[in-house]
Design a protein around this ligand. Structure first.
Ligand code: PLP
Length: 306
């Protein structure tokens, strides 16, 4: 992976090598950080880099921090401006990924959340696909369960909770699958290791509600809007049983990293025809135009860097 050249660190942009933390840093020891993941899309025709929905991403970032009693000294607008500044300094003319992290910078021993001092850092790297084939993926149902709201709040992007995602992902890949679907404590479908999920059943799009221990995804929100407003497809947020995936006409993951990726097989069962379905295909075309700032109707979701 190419390392960044710069980082936003302690309130200013510094060379990446200067953005260092001590080994006793609270978040490094206890996972008490929160993070975000945004994408920048290069539009070659306009020679412009667009950040997709940065205000929504930073709203969730601040909300995730709130769950850990972190009072950030930055507003959404401040963080968007710092991100623009960082990307300008990097001078990216390619698709990229932005990773903001809020962490307790205190170098102390002691498991707690109060009386600590948060700091924010932001870095960015050039970035392409997150999964090898977004049009065809064969996934498994993980034997790991999704973290629960009363264990580590799943609706926030909390660093420590990603041990759960890492266990899910590595076991899936080592078993020869591309990804995994994770069930919650009740045995309902929650999401993927780091992406939300949708099924098409009898022409209706279904996705687990925010009370099923999902991360409240920004892409999920975009997808709901596009299915309803652009494709005229009914969207229902409801609990989904494991075996409903086996019977779905189509299924797909969505998230900033994965974008929109068709699930074409689950545990050696073919989903639908075993190829990307028409709804997922159409949705992908709509989505990629929008994130690159090519659809005037949704242009305000894309914030230009240059
Ligand atoms: C656990 C989890 N679920 C879902 C998502 C998708 O969220 P978003 O669409 O906001 O990127 C992510 C990605 O960050 C994630 O880590």
């Amino acid at each position: 992976m190419t390392l960044p050249n710069f980082a936003f660190f302690k309130g200013r942009i510094v060379p990446y090598g200067e953005a260092k933390i001590g080994v006793l840093t609270h978040t490094f020891n206890y996972g008490t950080g929160v993070f975000g993941g945004l994408r920048g899309y290069w539009n070659a025709d306009e020679e412009q880099l667009f950040i997709f929905r940065p205000y929504d991403h930073y709203r969730r970032f601040i909300e995730s921090a709130k769950l850990l009693l972190m009072e950030l000294p930055y507003s959404e607008a401040d963080l968007v401006q710092s991100t623009i500044q960082l990307l300008k300094t990097e001078d990216y003319r390619t698709d990229c990924y932005v990773r903001p992290i809020s962490y307790f910078s205190d170098e102390i021993i002691g498991v707690k959340l109060h009386g600590l001092h948060p700091d924010v850092t932001i870095v960015s790297i050039p970035f392409g696909s997150y999964v090898p084939n977004e049009e065809e993926s064969h996934v498994t149902i993980s034997s790991w369960k999704r973290v629960d709201d009363n264990m580590i709040p799943a609706r926030g992007k909390i660093a420590g909770a990603y041990v759960n995602s890492a266990l899910v992902k590595t076991d899936a890949l080592r078993s020869g699958f591309d990804e995994a679907i994770v069930l919650n404590q009740e045995g309902h479908i929650s999401e993927g290791s780091a992406e939300n999920i949708f099924l098409i059943r009898k022409g209706i799009a279904c996705t687990p509600p925010v009370t099923e221990n999902i991360l409240e995804g920004i892409t999920r929100r975009t997808v709901i809007m596009l299915l309803r407003d652009e494709m005229g497809i009914e969207v229902v947020e409801r609990s989904i049983d494991r075996t409903e995936v086996y019977l779905a006409e189509e299924a797909f993951f969505c998230g900033t990293g994965v974008q929109i990726a068709a699930i074409t097989g689950v545990d050696h069962r073919r989903i639908g025809t075993g190829k990307i379905g028409p709804i997922t295909d159409k949705l992908r075309q709509l989505y990629f135009d929008i994130v690159r700032g090519k659809n005037p109707k949704y242009r305000e979701l894309c914030v230009p860097v240059y």
